[in-house]
Design a binder for this molecule. Structure first.
Ligand code: ADP
Ligand code: MG
Length: 230
């Protein structure tokens, strides 16, 4: 018997088997494309893993808690995670590890610094690019907001942020990293009533993880000139 016309499968196969293989190829191709799209949309700036996180150095989180975080079933349970701690204590590292693993498993993720999220929110009416981002932010399973508290937030921004969190509330998970404890959030957001309402929604189903101690960067500082320590 001659090979199949397209010679995709040189061994002799039935028409039915040929069709099944074509369909399986198509499904695999579509899944691959969907994953690539999710990776592109997620905007995760760096690859970090849970394995590379040293819990001997960071006493604010235990290995067991890392395992719970890495299991990611809290995303299906629609829990939020808030990492609080001084600079260099691993907040962004853990947020990135969550984002990378969630992407691998198949979740839709979006990662942004608070600052760039504010920019997207403010320009959604005038920029198609921002409008498309907002659409993704609203539909993704996991929104990761890095560095809340480094830059002040205007009144307009605070309102837009509140609206976004309210719209995701009880539907999808949010991860936030902040260098300020909740006491300091009113100063960042500039409105104590809005901050209370925001925290009310964010912390309703939430794990707050306080990272402590000396920052990793300071402890592992590298210099070009060895004598620069003198
Ligand atoms: P933060 O966001 O809290 O300011 P980062 O997560 O950016 O801190 O950490 C700064 C650097 O130190 C990163 O390169 C990060 O990978 C590393 N780092 C921080 N804490 C740890 C840790 N406990 N184990 C391994 N690397 C760490
Ligand atoms: Mg950080």
């Amino acid at each position: 018997m001659a090979n199949h016309p397209f010679e995709l499968f040189p061994e002799q196969i039935s028409n039915e088997e040929f069709l099944i293989r074509c369909l399986m190829d198509e499904v695999a191709y579509r899944e691959h494309r969907a994953k690539e799209r999710r990776i592109k949309q997620a905007q995760i700036p760096a690859k970090k893993t849970f394995n590379s996180f040293d819990t001997d150095f960071q006493k604010g989180i235990t290995d067991w808690q890392i395992q719970q975080l890495a299991a990611l079933n809290w995303i299906d349970g629609i829990f939020n995670i808030i990492f609080i701690g001084p600079p260099g204590t691993g907040k962004t590292h853990l947020a990135l590890a969550i984002g990378n693993k969630a992407l691998d498993i198949g979740y839709k993720v979006f990662f942004a610094s608070m600052d760039s999220l504010m920019h997207i929110l403010k320009t959604q009416e005038i920029s198609r690019h921002s409008a498309a981002r907002i659409k993704w932010i609203k539909e993704c399973d996991l929104l990761i907001i890095d560095e809340l508290g480094y830059l002040p937030v205007s009144k307009v921004e605070a309102n837009l942020f509140f609206q976004l969190i309210s719209c995701r509330y009880e539907n999808t998970s949010v991860v936030i990293t902040s260098n300020k404890g909740f006491d300091g959030w009113a100063d960042i957001i500039g409105d104590s009533i809005l901050t209370t309402a925001l925290l009310d929604r964010l912390t309703h189903r939430c794990q707050v993880i306080s990272l402590t101690g000396e920052g990793w960067r300071v402890a592992n500082r590298e210099a070009i000139f060895r004598d620069s320590y003198h």
